[in-house]
Design a protein around this ligand. Structure first.
Ligand code: ZN
Length: 377
């Protein structure tokens, strides 16, 4: 059945506009967008209080970790989080892990998430993703300084459509494997990047990560690049589509280095709820905004977030207008994943899904503690 949908405000071309009616055909494709001065007088329009937005794009998640919701205490810092996750990971059955992933997937769909860039370590929850109404891009992550076997992960990813391989980060993969994976999967790479200060300190042979590797007798063959940003700029093919995730400690020169080197498409994915949960830090969103780069939002996993809510993450990014935050959560994420020809904005011919954000303070145009999103199409 065709539908006519309206709300107090509608996100169109990056602006919040009033008095818009969006016509949808039975397939979910947008067939018309019109202005109407008096929506109340228009025939058969469904009116939803709030802001009408396209389906959102979660640009960083680990669906398979949903079973760890609440298992790790908040505020312990990154090193504690990394060791805690290793400790608690083994204590759950496959059924428990699958059930938690199914519940999280359904919740993301209901809140209006349309597509997800999802990091995977194994393929246990791939059936959940394959049966989901959400479009998943699965990135099997390669890591381990003593791991030189890229073939197993390449073979695993090749079993699935919409799956590829990516290095975990600039501090956990040796040079040959890093370069090999980046050149083979340059159509979509996702790196955990500058989440803690120790990632950059490692390249100066100091900090807690360096001390830990030293104690374990592990050597890194990539520190000659001088910094994580220089490694990205020099090793990643310049036409890559690249997601850099977290960026909590990103500096102007790191951002500039990478933006100059990679001409393909770079997105700076922010996961502020995860940063708050683990280390009580906030990513430098104002700096990134001023530098004019593509910014998107990820929820990270339920191991380091109270929810997989995009609105909860938007609310934590202070000093940015609501229009821009909504852009991060929709069109910028769609560009990050390379699906913006069909998703991410309310445009005629697109099939983006539709959601409502309710509980917005219209006087200040800001999110409140009551703000939440729900899917209507
Ligand atoms: Zn992550």
């Amino acid at each position: 059945m065709s539908r006519r949908i309206a709300s107090h405000y509608t996100l169109i071309n990056g602006e919040l506009e009033r008095n818009i009616i969006v016509d949808i055909d039975p397939s979910g494709t947008i067939t018309n967008i019109s202005h109407a001065e008096n929506i109340d007088c228009e025939a058969s329009v469904e009116f939803y209080p709030g802001i009408l937005i396209p389906g959102m794009i979660n640009s960083h998640c680990h669906l398979e970790l949903s079973y760890l919701r609440g298992a790790i205490a908040e505020g312990g810092g990154y090193a504690t989080f990394a060791s805690e996750i290793g400790r608690v990971r083994g204590g759950y059955t496959a059924e428990e892990r699958l059930r938690a992933a199914s519940v999280a997937d359904a919740m993301m769909w209901e809140q209006g998430i349309e597509a997800v860039a999802d990091i995977a370590n194994d393929d246990l929850v791939m059936p959940v993703k394959e049966q989901s109404k959400i479009e998943y891009k699965s990135l099997f992550e390669f890591f381990g300084l003593n791991n030189h076997d890229t073939t197993s992960l390449v073979n695993l990813a090749s079993k699935y459509s919409n799956a590829s391989v990516t290095p975990h980060s600039t501090y956990s993969v040796q040079d040959r494997e890093f370069c090999d994976i980046c050149s083979r999967y340059s159509e979509l790479l996702s790196l955990h990047f500058l989440e803690s200060e120790n990632e950059a300190l490692l390249y100066h042979y100091t900090g807690s990560l360096h001390a830990w590797y030293h104690k374990m007798g592990w050597k890194c063959d990539f520190l000659g690049y001088g910094s994580p940003a220089k490694r990205v700029a020099e090793c990643i093919p310049h036409d890559s589509r690249l997601l850099l995730v977290h960026n909590t400690l990103a500096t102007a020169s790191a951002i500039q280095n990478i933006e100059r080197a990679i001409s393909g498409h770079v997105t700076w994915v922010l996961c502020p709820e995860s940063n708050r949960y683990i280390s009580n830090l906030c990513p430098p969103v104002t700096l990134l905004d001023e530098m004019g780069v593509n910014i998107a939002i990820g929820t990270d996993s339920l191991a380091s977030a109270r929810s997989l809510s995009m609105v909860d993450n938007m609310r934590l990014l202070k000093g940015i207008s609501l229009e821009k935050l909504l852009g991060y959560a929709t069109i910028n994420g769609a560009k990050a994943l390379g699906i913006d020809s069909t998703k991410g904005s309310i445009e005629i011919g697109k099939k983006p899904g539709l959601a409502i954000i309710e509980g917005v303070d219209f006087a200040t145009m800001t999110l409140t503690t009551d703000s939440r999103s729900y899917r209507i199409l």
